[in-house]
Write a protein that binds this ligand. Structure first.
Ligand SMILES: [Zn+2]
Length: 415
């Protein structure tokens, strides 16, 4: 049945076939995908996407970051387009849906419009951003970052992978270095559909969520220095044990984050004792701390409390402490009007709606700097993502596509 409002019909069979055909490129034995950016697998994925877009009558452009844009022309070509997109690259042994679901759902939206003979006032462009993951070339999300001026193209082209190969050379090798003139000019709006990558929607039995923003991040590198001594002859009460201080900090940060409501988080992901010998009290421990909050004030507060907590524990354990802030990413707040539009579109396709804040970065984070932006999350089974067991329910994919169709057409019709 065609959607009564849009007049177009999402073809779930076609969307599913496209996702599964794309997932065959770089497929792993355990059902996942390894398709690192600018590899032969990435080239094959780009070629397939380009062929599908050409078959759908879309016009392709390629910019200097290798980002692909496929344009479904509007009735008035002079108006700024609506962009729908995500990424086709993956992490090693990643999942089938992560970025591809957003790119291929965007493609399904324009296929549905074309089948129904419908065209918005504005063009709709489907975007495949290069190197969203940052798994091969760090940092992540460089293509959207260049669009908004956060990095220069030159900086990105000179990034090297672990084997010393350069981003720019690999872009040339796979034949996907385009022209800076093909970057989008004015953009009316950007919508990114993505799997949630977490367990919240599943736990609340909801298929979709309108995403209001992305958590801000503060990263610390912490060095604790105590006294190295033999584990046997050193009485417990006289020790200056950097590892004990580290352990108390790990637990303390968890308690700090738990004193806030979801989705505030704190994590210690890295811990390195020196020298790291079984029968020796370590002289030094180098550790990381990662705290995240959805507001600027909240992030400043939890980061301040985290620092105070680490210093207090260091004093109590009589160890020296150095705290270095190595990353400070402010929270992203998406366009309230677009969030509202997605929320209403979710309800319009018959699904209950919820708003949420994303915990991980996406290209939408940068796009939000230059155009009204919002994201649509699709429930992820078991909350599993960036792994081979990543799964979604096809009915959720259909609801997501119908929601994206409604929202995109609405935006494309705006004068
Ligand atoms: Zn992704």
């Amino acid at each position: 049945m065609p959607d009564i409002v849009t007049g177009a019909r999402i073809d779930l069979g076609r969307l599913r076939a496209s996702i599964l055909e794309m997932a065959a490129i770089g497929a792993t034995a355990a059902g996942g995908v390894t398709r690192l950016t600018l590899t032969d697998e990435d080239r094959a994925a780009r070629d397939l996407f380009a062929r599908w877009c050409a078959d759908a009558g879309l016009t392709l452009r390629l910019d200097d970051m290798g980002t692909q844009y496929a344009r479904y022309e509007g009735r008035d070509p002079s108006l700024a387009p609506v962009l729908l997109g995500s990424h086709l690259d993956s992490v090693p042994a990643g999942g089938k849906y992560d970025g591809p679901l957003g790119v291929l759902t965007g493609l399904e939206v324009v296929r549905a419009l074309r089948d129904a003979g419908l065209r918005g006032r504005r063009a709709i462009e489907i975007v495949n951003f290069t190197n969203e993951e940052g798994a091969r070339f760090e940092p992540a999300m460089v293509a959207s970052a260049v669009l908004v001026g956060a990095y220069t193209a030159d900086f990105v082209h000179h990034r090297r992978d672990a084997t010393g190969l350069r981003f720019g050379d690999e872009l040339d090798r796979i034949g996907y270095r385009g022209d800076a003139a093909n970057r989008p000019g004015a953009i009316h709006a950007y919508l990114e559909l993505h799997i949630e990558q977490g367990p919240v929607l599943e736990s609340e039995n909801l298929p979709l969520a309108a995403v209001e923003g992305i958590l801000g991040i503060r990263w610390f590198n912490v060095t604790l220095r105590g006294q190295s001594q033999h584990a046997g002859p050193s009485p417990m009460r006289s020790r200056r044990d950097a590892m004990v201080a580290a352990g108390r900090i790990i637990v303390g940060l968890r308690e700090l984050a738990l004193s806030y409501p979801d989705p505030v988080v704190a994590t210690v992901g890295r811990l390195r004792p020196v020298p790291g010998v079984i029968n020796q009290i370590p002289a030094e421990v180098v550790m990381s701390a990662d705290v995240r909050h959805w507001t600027d004030e909240g992030l400043a507060e939890i980061a301040g409390k985290a620092e105070a907590l680490m210093r207090r524990i260091a004093v109590e354990e009589r160890v020296e402490i150095d705290i270095e802030t190595i990353q400070n990413v402010p929270p992203t707040r998406f366009d309230p009007r677009l969030v509202e539009l997605l929320d209403a579109s979710i309800q319009a396709v018959g699904a209950p709606s919820r708003r949420m804040v994303a915990g991980a970065g996406h290209d939408a984070k940068y796009m939000n700097d230059i155009t009204p932006t919002a994201m649509l999350f699709v429930r992820t089974i078991g909350g599993m993502s960036h792994c081979e067991s990543e799964e979604i329910a096809w009915d959720d994919a259909r609801l997501g596509a119908e929601t994206l169709l409604r929202a995109a057409l609405r935006l494309a019709e705006e004068p």
